[in-house]
Design a protein around this ligand. Sequence first.
Ligand code: OGA
Ligand code: MN
Length: 200
Amino acid sequence: MPNFDAAVEAIHQRGYFVGEGFWPMPEALAMQQACEQLKAEERFRPACIGRSTGQHRHEEVRSDLIYWLENDLPTPLQNYLDALEAYRQQVNRELMLGLDHVEVHAAFYPPGARYAKHFDRFRDDDARTLTAILYLNSDWSETDGGLLTIDLPDGSEAKVLPKLGTFVSFLSADFAHEVHPTTRDRLTLTGWYRRRGGLF
Ligand code: OGA
Ligand code: MN
């Protein structure tokens, strides 16, 4: 697993982190292969917007296929959850965010898919606190589209190509972001750390 020091420091200083080539390449490749395998087995499902009662598909807003990382995972994906647990503990120790657990899905965007500008913290659920995304796409270039843009406080944008091994993390309530239309299959592991329920 990577050393998370630079990510934790950036979250502390600016609220977001973008690390190209951050994840050890053999681990990222193994995760990519595990996801491709699950995809081939048709274990991915259409994504929904919002939670429970509000759930329905909005193709114009979101058209990805997802697979929640839960039980009986292939080893590379279990290793990813273990690494995110180490990140959680370090963030709690150094930044005292009180993160309780992470929920993670693999997301597969087919050509033409996008995700309109949004915040990760739902209006009816303020527990999502920290977002963590790992990109799993080999040989990505700008002409492939699928850019992640993150709105920054100074009015500029951070632009992220979804390249294998790039890790992104930001405070879920603070950064609007958008996935631009992709022209190629685009695979990610996207996770959100939640605080303990209730008021805080
Ligand atoms: C999300 C999201 C970003 C990406 O799933 O909420 O913003 O680059 N994903 O896939
Ligand atoms: Mn998001």
